[in-house]
Ligand binder design. Structure first.
Ligand code: FE2
Length: 434
């Protein structure tokens, strides 16, 4: 083997096995076995959907056939497609791997709360999805750090059993970790859910997959999981926003530059300035590395982002922050600058979707005052926003393969508090003078 190849192989091996922290994780469940099930080369694989601006949906899929068309036929009756749109396609290569053709086609305008039937590329099976509602109530399923193990399957099965409108994923999707075919198996694993409800995702460290000199970061992630960044005025797939029902949701990039001179910071200022709380009373933010974390795993990793961006989120009256990365569950009180603050955001860490690295068992003692509930178990969350003032959050532990509701709380919006008027000067300072 050539010396360059040996070095590259060793690098990949180290990258895929190294753990950033010193604690001992419990035995994880095995990575799932995916039997080879060949399909006609032009048939769609790994179908998933995501919101793409107001009343539009992006349908994404992969074909082995590189010349398969990027068209989606759709309609509101099974087998009868009165509408069609043409999209775009891409592909990428990664060392010895070549991806299939990755198609992204935006369809719409769509009616809210409506089931659509669709076919990708004019061939293969029919899929269906339901669009989110235009008004409250709306329910989000939330699970990060998914991977593709027996625990992932358990989490996905539980989410499938609940009535929800959209999946929010705060980073670490496939745990492909440079092995590109694992992106394909992950796409197949999540297809039953991700083809039926929009999956809105942001990146984690396992999406980076950069190799100095050889490969830039996020090549696979950006090619496969295109999110509505252009639609929200961002210049990067690593951070974007969207509005659904009465919620403005911001997906930030823990692994994109985030200092106050960065593009991401300036985009965030501009995006927050556009939020109209009369139209979207709830303001949610997701990113991968938690800022409020009393687990021993990944301590301090979110500090630099928190230092620059927490004042911005606080001034803008963000209601809830959802993060992943730590493989455990934790919910805070409303907090700011490290302390409880009735005008700050509720921070929830939910990096416990079920990946192959196992759980982060060790929490720091004593439990900080801001930390309300913490537990190292796999599971998923559900956020039901009932109206402009009240939302119900619940966390469902995977207990012996049963979803057990283990933490639950009613959250009242900052719109219904005196915080917004109180902070209006602070907001002006941050948002009007970039
Ligand atoms: Fe992570």
């Amino acid at each position: 083997m050539e010396p360059k190849l040996v070095i590259l192989t060793l690098f990949l091996l180290v990258c895929s096995t190294v753990k950033a922290d010193g604690y001992i994780r419990p035995p994880p469940r095995e990575t799932l076995h995916f039997p080879w099930s060949p399909k006609p080369s032009s048939h769609p694989q790994q179908v998933h959907i995501s919101l793409a601006g107001d009343k539009h949906m992006r349908v994404s899929w992969v074909t082995d056939d590189k010349s398969a068309p990027s068209i989606v036929h759709y309609g509101t009756s099974p087998g009868r497609y009165s509408l069609m749109n043409q999209g775009e396609s891409t592909s990428y290569s990664y060392i010895f791997y070549s991806s299939g053709r990755i198609h992204h086609t935006v369809i719409g305008p769509l009616e809210p709360n409506t089931v659509y039937y669709y076919q990708c590329g004019g061939q293969g099976p029919e899929f269906q999805f339901k669009t989110p509602p235009a008004e409250f109530p709306i329910t989000f399923a939330v699970a990060g750090d998914l991977g593709q193990t027996g625990w992932t399957k358990s989490t996905l099965d539980h989410i499938d059993q609940c009535r929800y409108d959209m999946h929010l994923l705060p980073g670490d999707l496939s745990y492909a970790d440079y092995m590109q075919w694992r992106w394909d198996t992950f796409g197949e694993l999540v297809q039953p859910l991700a083809s039926a409800r929009p999956w809105m995702v942001t990146q984690g460290n396992h999406e980076r997959e950069s190799i100095p000199i050889f490969k830039d970061g996020f090549v696979s992630y950006n090619s496969r999981w295109k999110m509505p960044y252009e639609e929200s005025g961002s210049n990067s797939n690593l951070y974007y926003s969207f509005e659904v029902a009465g919620a403005h949701v911001i997906m930030l990039g823990s692994y994109a530059d985030h200092d106050e001179y960065s593009d991401q910071y300036h985009w965030l200022q501009a995006d927050l300035a556009k939020v109209d709380r009369k139209k979207t009373p709830w303001l949610l933010v997701l990113f991968h590395v938690p800022w409020y974390n009393s687990n021993e795993a990944h301590q301090g990793e979110g500090d630099s982002m928190m230092e620059t961006m927490e004042p911005l989120l606080y001034a803008a009256n963000v209601d809830i922050v959802l993060a992943g990365h730590v493989h455990a569950y934790e919910r805070s009180e409303r907090v700011n600058k490290g302390n409880s603050d009735p005008c700050g955001a509720v921070h929830i860490t939910i990096g416990d979707g079920g990946n192959r690295e196992g759980l982060a068992h060790k929490f720091k003692e004593p439990q900080p005052r801001w930390s309300v509930f913490r537990e190292a178990s796999f599971g998923h969350g559900e956020l039901k926003i009932v109206n402009s003032t009240h939302a119900y959050w619940s966390w469902h532990r995977n207990d012996d393969d049963e979803p057990v509701r283990s933490d639950q709380v009613w959250i009242t919006s900052l719109v219904s508090s005196g915080c917004i008027a109180e902070k209006s000067n602070g907001l002006r300072k941050f948002l009007m003078e970039p």
